[in-house]
Design a protein around this ligand. Structure first.
Ligand SMILES: Nc1nc2c(c(=O)[nH]1)N[C@H]1C(S)=C(S)[C@@H](COP(=O)(O)OP(=O)(O)OC[C@H]3O[C@@H](n4cnc5c(=O)[nH]c(N)nc54)[C@H](O)[C@@H]3O)O[C@H]1N2
Ligand SMILES: Nc1nc2c(c(=O)[nH]1)N[C@H]1C(S)=C(S)[C@@H](COP(=O)(O)OP(=O)(O)OC[C@H]3O[C@@H](n4cnc5c(=O)[nH]c(N)nc54)[C@H](O)[C@@H]3O)O[C@H]1N2
Ligand SMILES: [Mo]
Length: 736
């Protein structure tokens, strides 16, 4: 609470703290971890408090700021400084050729954007980005506007995040979402946490894992790093937790080599099949497999030929460690596997997640209590935004329902995803870039390429709460539209409105702002979309934008007629606990695939070879950041203070490379046929990461991730496996 008290004072802090994640309060925007039915008075974590404080700060960017700071000088500032300037309070405009933003009225801003959009040769020359904080209601209207304008160019942060998950799960089990409910964690015999750092990124998940353990279940962590929290955890919400020694959350830790998870999963499945062969009829869930799956025989013959040598090389694990994990899996009747960015941001991410499904299916671990596949989502409403239609490839079912409800021809041609948007901007195919939140150039790979592409746009528009890199790397003409945050009371025509969000386990609930808006005249995201849409579309469509802005219930009425599971949205969302969306695999072992069954897949094993003298670098989050937002320069759990310019390397690799802890080096990434990319002047930190694997912080290390390096099938940047070499510094680049 320290930063909150310092920045907001006691009264504001107390008001905020008592409303976070409460049933009549607002949903914490730090992650998409669900709220338990049995909530504590203070149901939030340290990082949730940081995120809400960051938004609820009473500090605002003064009008004089824009005249004082040319955009070119702001482009020399880092994300940390930009975020510190406070909340944005009035719309500003950078005319073509100017180096300053200037205040502009809301009406002029909307008129200007509408004119530019309507002047385009085709609607496909504009792209409309969404970050994952946007509410269901705002997201639904935003995609409605974009599709009514005439394009499916709806890239989102999910393209860089759990896209690989959605791709793998939809094809194999018929839904791109988690198949577990909150209470399943308490019922599981085994939870395998893969490629995820919950201690920092989903801290309240540790409470659920603690329940797993209290009920006799076990937890296994599979990670390149020994992440704090999984290894030793104190529950700050319990006196016992604060005073005690802390629980050892992970019973077993497999320190895997980057990108080795597909090999590990195949090797475990192979052992499960071998156990069945040794004691036929006793290991696999034969009834389940026969009734609900296809593809077992193909998997069986494929894994029979699995090359154990390749598995050991890919994983860096010893054979007995894999045997032990298989033993844990076989001993458990109910198994949950969770995962996050360590798996999704890999070249073979989609195939790896399909292997998770394979392993779970073998023993019927989908669609029964205490078991399932559980991707842990990032942004607090990134999953809901997808449900509401924020996707460049929404299925026909959704598009035709939208068409029927709003009676305009909804475009069917797939739009551009995040990486394709950068390509489109770079190649002159996209002229206008509009962002509903987020920090696109800060978050996407290959910073230098992405920034050059963005500077080539004719118009860029950011709807935001605070300044970031995307406001200072602009198109020829640019606008910033400030918006209300989720902590703030949203009054429309004198009536307080609420919005809704969907968490990682498909529960939807209301979020009510608790604090008065930081400045008068701020518009909600919904109001911004409605006014932009009516300015742009005029009377080309009969969509009642004005009525939607005045009463959010009317938006929910429309959603209830378009999106399955929301049939009585306005009533359900007013229930204290909200409601849980239907989920075929979880509820009734119904798998909505072309085969009508869950699909067991065969995936060719492939892993990243590390060239001699090189390391495989992952880009990850510190304890004191939210994505591109930097709260402080510390990373407490990893022992880093006052500096993010570090590269973590295994001491044995350092010895081999002739380098040492504390030395300053340039991190240089290599991609065939392209010039080197350089992150200059980083301090080496000797750290117990897996052999051959290094780590550096995102977003700074995004300069190293080649635009071309994308996961197969999902097109997600491969942010967790960049081939780099370390050079004793001589290259110096100006990027701050
Ligand atoms: N406080 C805070 N909370 C957040 C966020 C934040 O920035 N700050 N971001 C939010 C968002 S959008 C997201 S998507 C989530 C992200 O949550 P995480 O996915 O936990 O975030 P990362 O820091 O990217 O951590 C990736 C983890 O995967 C491990 N890893 C890397 N490569 C591999 C591999 O090849 N195999 C295995 N098994 N492990 C590997 C890393 O060591 C690390 O522990 O958190 C959300 N919550
Ligand atoms: N190298 C590397 N790159 C990555 C990742 C990685 O692990 N490594 N992770 C990827 C992942 S998982 C993700 S999700 C993306 C994140 O990409 P984004 O979602 O685009 O980035 P954020 O940093 O979360 O966006 C922060 C900005 O959102 C705005 N904002 C905050 N709250 C609100 C609000 O309520 N409304 C509006 N309109 N604006 C708001 C603020 O201006 C703030 O500066 O980055 C991806 N990029
Ligand atoms: Mo994310």
């Amino acid at each position: 609470m320290e930063p909150a008290l310092a920045k907001m004072g006691l009264a504001r802090t107390a008001r905020l703290a008592l409303a976070i994640n409460q049933k009549d309060g607002f949903d914490c925007m730090s992650c998409a971890w669900p709220d338990p039915g049995h909530r504590n008075v203070l149901e939030f974590c340290e990082n949730g408090m940081k995120a809400t404080t960051w938004e609820a700060t009473p500090i605002t960017v003064p009008r004089s700021f824009w005249a004082e700071h040319p955009i070119s000088s702001l482009a020399d500032k880092g994300e940390y400084w930009l975020g510190q300037q406070g909340r944005l309070t009035e719309p500003v405009h950078k005319p073509a050729g100017a180096d300053h933003y200037e205040p502009i009225s809301w009406n002029d801003a909307f008129r200007l954007i509408a004119e530019r959009l309507n002047a385009l040769d085709s609607p496909g020359r504009a792209a409309f980005y969404t970050s994952g904080r946007t509410s269901n209601e705002a997201a639904f209207l935003y995609q409605l506007f974009v599709r009514a304008f005439g394009t499916n160019n709806l890239p989102d942060c999910s393209n860089m995040c759990h896209e690989s998950t959605g791709t793998a799960l939809t094809a194999t089990i018929g839904i791109g979402k988690s198949t577990v409910a909150y209470d399943d964690f308490a019922k599981a015999d085994l939870v395998i946490v893969m490629g995820q750092n919950p201690g920092t990124n989903h801290p309240r998940m540790l409470t659920a894992l603690e329940e797993t353990k209290r009920n006799g279940g076990r937890v296994v962590a599979v990670n390149v790093l020994p992440e704090a929290g999984l290894i030793r955890y104190k529950n700050p919400q319990k006196v016992r937790g604060i005073l005690g020694k802390g629980t050892e959350i992970a019973d077993r830790f497999l320190q895997i080599r980057a990108g080795g998870d597909m090999a590990l999963l195949q090797a475990v499945s192979r052992r499960v099949l071998a156990a069945e062969d040794a004691a036929p009829g006793t290991v696999l869930d034969h009834d389940f497999l026969a009734e609900h799956t296809v593809g077992l025989d193909a998997l069986r013959s494929h894994l029979a030929g699995l090359d154990e040598g390749a598995v050991l090389a890919a994983t860096g694990l010893a054979s007995h460690e894999i045997d032990d994990l298989a033993g844990e899996y076989l001993a458990a009747d109910r198994v949950i596997i969770t995962w996050a960015m360590g798996l999704t941001q890999q070249k073979k991410a989609v195939a790896t997640i399909r292997e998770i499904v394979n392993l779970l299916l073998l023993r019927g671990n989908i669609g029964k209590p205490g078991a399932g596949a559980s991707p842990i989502r990032g942004h607090s409403n990134v999953q809901g935004d997808r449900t509401m239609g924020i996707w460049e490839r929404m299925p026909e079912r959704f598009l035709s329902a939208l068409e029927q409800e709003f009676r305009f021809p909804v475009p069917r041609r797939h739009g551009a995803d995040a990486l394709q948007t950068v390509h489109g901007l770079r190649d002159g195919e996209i002229d206008v870039f509009i962002a509903m939140g987020g920090n696109f150039v800060g978050a996407i790979s290959d910073t230098a390429v992405a920034e050059a592409a963005m500077r080539g746009a004719k118009l860029t528009v950011q709807v935001s709460t605070k300044l970031n890199r995307s406001h200072v790397v602009t198109g020829e003409e640019a606008l910033i539209l400030p918006t209300l945050g989720r902590t703030e009371i949203d009054l429309q025509e004198g009536h307080p409105q609420f919005v809704s969000v969907e968490d990682s386990v498909c529960a939807v609930h209301a979020s009510h702002g608790a604090l008065p808006p930081v400045a008068p005249g701020l518009l909600s995201e919904i109001a911004i979309v409605c006014r932009l849409a009516s300015a742009t579309l005029g009377d080309r469509h009969e969509i009642p934008w004005g009525e939607f802005e005045a009463d959010y219930d009317l938006i929910r009425d429309r959603i209830s007629r378009v999106v399955p599971g929301f049939e009585s949205f306005n009533a359900d969302v007013r229930r204290k606990d909200g409601f849980v969306l239907p989920n075929g695999p979880r509820d009734e072992r119904r798998f909505d695939t072309p085969a009508g069954k869950a699909i067991i897949t065969v995936n060719e094993l492939e892993h990243l070879e590390r060239p001699p003298g090189r390391l495989i670098l992952q880009t990850l989050r510190s304890h004191d950041q939210f994505n591109t937002t930097i709260y402080s320069l510390n990373d407490r759990y990893r022992g880093i203070k006052k500096g993010r310019d570090v590269v973590f390397v295994n001491p044995d690799d350092l010895a081999e490379l002739g380098l040492h802890d504390g030395q300053r080096v340039d991190v240089v990434s290599e991609w065939p046929g392209q010039p080197d990319r350089v992150l200059p002047d980083q301090r080496i930190v000797a750290y117990p990461t897996a052999r051959g694997c290094a780590a550096a912080y995102y977003p700074e290390a995004n300069v190293l991730v080649p635009l071309e390096s994308a996961a197969e099938e999902s097109n997600t940047p491969v942010s967790k496996a960049v081939i780099v070499r370390l050079e004793v510094g001589h290259v110096r680049s100006p990027r701050s």
